[in-house]
Design a protein. Structure first.
Length: 266
């Protein structure tokens, strides 16, 4: 019997459970000055979502989804163009070269071995985030098993909940989906979770970066492909290119996700 899943508490702290942070110049005075700047000099700059410029060289993340201890983020600035902009000026040979590089990158990512006992969870064993899953607001998980994750995805639906509907085609589809979801699964694979062309940076015909890893974590092996497919329904050209980057899941796995997205997708 699938164990009862207890979702994270609906508060900001759950977004950072299981994570660590490295404080850089984290002193009381600097925190006070940062908060002061957030309410003064920040008004002279344009805010971009959670990112608030407080000076010419400093940006602070502020908002409902930001933990109070999250003050400084140090990242490497990568020089490159988003793939959709770059491939307009690229030769067919260069485009194919980019896809070959992407395939190698994701083969290496998927070759990572999960630690013993890993379920569906973040890279540090904590909760996950995916804005495309309505039930996962603000975060969800971690789950001890892939089967527990599947049970949660379908909002705890059990086969016996569909009795007296055997004549409906939807009944057969849902029964097949649950049977597949509740079956045996290989260990989870580390997954980017939001593979779309705008998250791929290229320069000079080379992939120089893959960005936006906030959806990433340990997921069922099919999740990279199906999340990219169903998350890009308006980008049919990109859907047609996915097979160049990722191995397509087995037909029954793809159908399983198609049914789930029909009933419990965005």
């Amino acid at each position: 019997m699938t164990p009862l899943y207890v979702p994270p508490r609906y508060n900001i702290e759950t977004q950072h459970n299981g994570t660590e942070h490295l404080a850089i110049n984290n002193t009381f005075v600097r925190r006070i000055l940062t908060r002061l700047a957030l309410h003064t000099t920040a008004k002279f700059y344009s805010r971009d979502g959670l990112c608030v410029p407080i000076s010419k060289h400093k940006i602070v993340k502020s908002g409902r989804r930001v933990h109070l201890t999250e003050a400084y983020i140090v990242m490497e600035r990568i020089q490159g163009e988003e793939l959709p902009k770059a491939w307009k000026s690229m030769s067919e040979e260069s485009v194919e070269g980019v896809f070959a590089q992407l395939r190698k990158i994701f083969q290496e990512l998927r070759a990572l071995t999960p630690p013993p006992g890993t379920g569906v969870e973040s890279c540090v064993g904590g909760s996950l985030y995916d804005s495309r899953i309505p039930r996962g607001n603000p975060r969800f998980g971690p789950f001890k098993t892939i089967q527990e994750f599947h049970f949660w995805l379908r909002r705890d639906l059990k086969p016996e909940d569909l009795k007296d509907r055997e004549k409906d085609q939807d009944w057969h589809d849902l029964q097949d989906m649950m049977s597949k979801q509740d079956g045996a699964w290989p260990p989870p694979s580390f997954t980017h979770g939001d593979l779309n062309p705008f998250n791929i940076l290229v320069r000079g015909g080379n992939v120089v970066g893959i960005i936006d890893w906030e959806f990433s974590g340990w997921y069922p092996h099919y999740w990279e492909y199906t999340s990219a497919w169903f998350g890009n329904v308006t980008r049919t050209e990109w859907q047609g290119m996915l097979d160049k980057v990722l191995d397509r899941p087995r037909p029954e796995e793809f159908k399983m996700e198609k049914v789930r997205n029909k009933w419990w997708g965005e």
